[in-house]
Structures are given as structure tokens and as C-alpha cells.
Design a protein around this ligand. Structure first.
Ligand SMILES: O=C(O)C(=O)Cc1ccc(O)cc1
Ligand SMILES: [Fe+2]
Length: 464
């Protein structure tokens, strides 16, 4: 989709547990992550308690003991991560109980330089241990995610001004803590990050507060030594696709969950209700859904929350829920300034889009005619690509002499087919001509294009 790799972590950046490619197009950032090894089934509990053990060790150590220490061996690998301290001939071994986390054993020699001051060193060991534990923890969570949902959106990262404040609000509102706030640094500066989960789901948000970071992505990421070369070579052969930003990100839930989740977003992130539709607006006679769009006060974050509504046949929200094995992200809407060119180039790269019926365009053309409205795009192009149009006739203010018609605000939208094997996650491409809303018209149109796919998949079955 014309993304360029801007950052990477993995084997080349000395990580053995996880690999990530960070891709960018305009202001759209997508991180694609996978694990490098199978994670142990008996995964230890959340790393915090082990880290606390280290903290206690550090605090309980008095000056006298520290002075008596003759030899410090910092060993990683084998059966445990631990610090062995030699007190005369006695060896004290603190284990933190991680099994087989790496096969490479690093010994004192390699750390001679940094093992000088015991206090600072212990802090370093704690940081390193914590980092490794987080990687193991992430690896475990990613594998759990893949087992349950298949490929999909694992985390929706949000840039915030004050990570501590949002984190506190979220936990007070009942969010599960995945990672408490912590400062991460490298040579390019620091960020503070925390990760929370929406209650009763594994939908998670990483909150990122930029302290003074000016690198490409986040601390700890490097540049791939080989992959970006291959990426670039392939990309330069194709014309660029210009995306602008993530317009909105939609979550699907099961029956009667929408209100509670919307309220939760209001409590944790201070989002407000921006728009909503119910089964009266979005029903095809066969299936239905309800949706509330939650937005941040600056309008930059928009999260529509869907739930199924009763219809003759199974709602597409239920279909998603069944295949996804629970709630999750249904689609990411990416904004462009030229939807025709964007769709043309995405098709060139092999991406398939949902089609729209002939009836839709016959209807659209006669409505435009009746309202005396002219679009900037050729209607035949819009029709060829199967793009949906929602215009707001109340904004009909500029008269176009040449065409003898009016201009008004409108949105152009189209959905890709699901991007993976399960009919779960897909992408929407959206272009806005001064229209910031979610039109009831396109909502219904988009809903119908998925229903059509449901019919083809054979999942448009009688509802229970
Ligand atoms: O208006 C939009 O941006 C939509 O994405 C509408 C929509 C949302 C959910 C569906 O299951 C189908 C259509
Ligand atoms: Fe959408």
C-alpha cells in the first residue's frame, strides 16, 4: 500500500524474542510485529512482581555488605536470569525464575566495563531484565492474540500529553494494566509509555507521551540492515500512494456492549459522543447494527463502536465477532486527498475492494441531478471503482457557473475485502471534501457492501 519502512527491531538490533517493522505513509504509522520463537506455555505472571524482587534486593543491601562484595558475576542465560555475588568464598544467587529465555550465556568478561559501581550496575541489570521480561511478555501476548483472533490489530497507540494522568484515569475506570508508565530512552531522546486494556477485552491502547524524542519512531528501534533496501527497490517501481492520516478506527463488540464501551472511552480518554446510528438508519431489511462514534475534543481521534442489532439474518457485526473470537478492530479508515488515484494504485498492487451495485449509482445520479449538485470527480470514475458518496445538501453554497450546478461538502469512501483469511480486519479509504461527519447514506452503503460479501461467504444465515 505504498508504505515505507522507517524503523525496525529484531535480530539485527539484538532482539531474540520479537521482530517489528514500522511502516509509514503520510502520518499513518503501522507497526507489524511477530515473535521470533515459540514462547513457553508456562509463562510466568506479569513481570512486575519479579522486578519488585530486584528492587527489594537493592534496598535491603547495606553499605557493609556492599563493601564486602569481592566479586560480582552477572550471568544471563541457562536456567535463570540472576546476579551472583561472591562474599568471600560464598556465592549468593538471586534468581528470578525465568526458564530458558535465551541460550546465549553472557559472562563477566563482557561486562567488566560496566560492572564497577554495584549500585548503578544493579539498576542497569534491573532495566535489562525488565526489558527482556517485557519482550517475553509481549511475545506471549502476541501468540495468544494470534491463536485467538488470527492476524489483526493488536494495539491502537495514542499520542497523549500526560501518560500518567490518562493511565490513572483509565485504571480508575476499570482498565486492565498491561504495562505501567515508564520512561524509555535512547540517543534520540525519551518517551513515556503505558499500556492499558479495555475491560473484558484484549483491545489495548499504548499511551505515548513524547518527552523529547526526535527519532523516527520510538526508543529501541533501529534501521533494518537488509529489508529496507528490498522494500525501497520494489517501491520505486510503482507510483507512490499518498495517504494522509488515520481517519478513524472501528471496534466491534457483541450484543448490548456498545453503551458501556462508549462510556468507558468517555471516562478514560475524555472522548465524547460525536455521532450515532441505530437499526432504523442502518438496516437492509435483512441485517442491522448500532454504532456510536466517540471522538476526542480536538477531533483527531475517532473511534466508532459497533454492536449487532436484531434482523432477519445474522448481522455482520456478529459474523466478525464469531470469526475474531471476541471483540476487536473491524476496520482502519485511512484518509487520502485523491481517492481515485489511491484506489487505482492499490488495485495495481493487488488489493481487492468491495463492489457496489448498479442500483446505488442510478439512485445517486438521480439524487445529484435533483439537488443540482456537481462533484469534483467524474461520476463515471466513482462508479468504475465502486466508491460511495455521501453529500450534505445543506452546505450547497457555491454555484458553479460552468456546470450550472452547486458545490457542497461530501465524503468518498470504499472498503477493501478483508486483508487476511478470516473475514475480520479490513481497510477503508476515505476522502473528505470539507465533510467531517459519518454520513448515514454511506454508512448504509458500506454496510450493504459487506453484507454482499457475507452472502458470498455463506455466512448470511438466519439469526438465532
Ligand atoms: O461510515 C463509515 O466510515 C463506516 O465505516 C460505516 C460502517 C461501519 C461498520 C460496518 O459494519 C459497516 C459500515
Ligand atoms: Fe469507517
Amino acid at each position: 500500500m505504498g508504505f515505507k519502512e522507517i524503523a525496525y527491531k529484531g535480530l539485527e538490533t539484538r532482539l531474540t524474542k520479537l521482530a517489528s517493522h514500522v511502516l509509514k505513509n503520510g502520518n499513518v504509522l503501522i507497526e507489524v510485529t511477530n515473535t521470533l520463537t515459540k514462547v513457553e506455555e508456562n509463562y510466568p505472571n506479569y513481570p512486575n512482581n519479579q522486578i519488585i524482587n530486584y528492587q527489594t534486593i537493592k534496598e535491603s543491601m547495606n553499605e557493609e555488605i556492599l563493601n564486602k562484595l569481592q566479586k560480582i558475576v552477572f550471568e544471563i542465560g541457562g536456567k535463570y536470569i540472576g546476579i551472583m555475588m561472591g562474599h568471600n568464598t560464598e556465592l549468593v544467587n538471586y534468581e528470578i525464575g525465568i526458564n530458558n529465555f535465551t541460550s546465549s550465556v553472557t559472562r563477566l568478561a563482557e561486562y567488566k566495563e560496566i560492572i564497577r559501581d554495584y549500585q548503578t550496575n544493579l539498576t542497569k541489570i534491573t532495566d535489562l531484565t525488565e526489558k527482556l521480561l517485557y519482550d517475553i511478555f509481549d511475545g506471549y501476548a502476541i501468540q495468544e492474540f494470534l491463536l485467538t483472533h488470527g492476524e489483526g490489530v493488536y494495539d491502537i497507540m495514542l499520542t497523549v500529553e500526560d501518560a500518567d494522568c490518562i493511565f490513572k484515569r483509565a485504571t480508575r475506570a476499570g482498565a486492565k494494566i498491561v504495562k505501567p508508565p515508564k520512561v524509555y530512552s535512547d540517543r534520540q531522546g525519551s518517551v513515556k509509555m503505558a499500556t492499558i486494556q479495555i475491560p473484558q477485552t484484549d483491545i489495548q491502547h499504548t499511551l505515548v507521551e513524547n518527552i523529547d524524542y526526535n527519532g523516527e519512531y520510538l526508543p529501541g528501534y533501529g534501521r533494518s540492515l537488509t529489508k529496507d533496501v528490498i522494500f525501497d527497490k520494489a517501491l520505486t517501481k510503482l507510483p507512490p500512494i499518498n495517504l494522509v492520516k488515520i481517519d478513524h478506527c472501528v471496534e466491534n463488540y457483541t450484543w448490548n456492549q456498545m453503551m458501556a464501551k462508549a462510556e468507558f472511552y468517555a471516562q478514560i480518554l475524555g472522548l465524547h459522543k460525536y455521532w450515532s446510528v441505530d437499526e432504523q438508519d442502518v438496516s437492509t431489511g435483512e441485517t442491522a447494527l448500532r454504532s456510536i462514534v466517540m471522538a476526542s475534543s480536538n477531533g483527531q481521534v475517532k473511534i466508532p463502536i459497533n454492536e449487532p442489532a436484531k434482523g432477519k439474518k445474522k448481522s455482520q457485526i456478529e459474523e466478525f465477532y464469531d470469526f475474531n473470537g471476541g471483540p476487536g478492530v473491524q476496520h482502519l479508515a485511512l484518509r487520502t486527498y485523491d481517492i481515485l488515484e489511491c484506489v487505482r494504485l492499490m488495485q495495481k498492487r493487488g488489493i481487492e475492494f468491495n463492489t457496489t451495485s448498479q442500483r446505488y449509482y442510478t439512485n445517486l445520479k438521480s439524487r445529484l441531478q435533483k439537488d443540482r449538485i456537481e462533484l469534483f470527480e467524474e461520476i463515471k470514475d466513482i462508479e468504475n471503482y465502486g466508491i460511495l458518496v455521501d453529500y450534505d445538501p445543506s452546505t450547497k453554497y457555491i454555484f458553479d457557473e460552468e456546470h450550472g450546478r452547486y458545490r457542497c461538502n461530501y465524503i468518498l469512501q470504499i472498503f477493501t475485502k478483508p486483508n487476511h483469511d478470516r473475514p475480520t480486519l479490513f481497510i477503508e479509504i476515505i476522502q473528505r471534501h470539507h465533510h467531517n461527519g459519518f454520513g448515514k447514506g454511506t454508512f448504509k452503503g458500506l454496510f450493504e457492501t459487506i453484507e454482499e460479501q457475507q452472502r458470498l461467504r455463506g455466512t448470511l444465515t438466519e439469526s438465532d
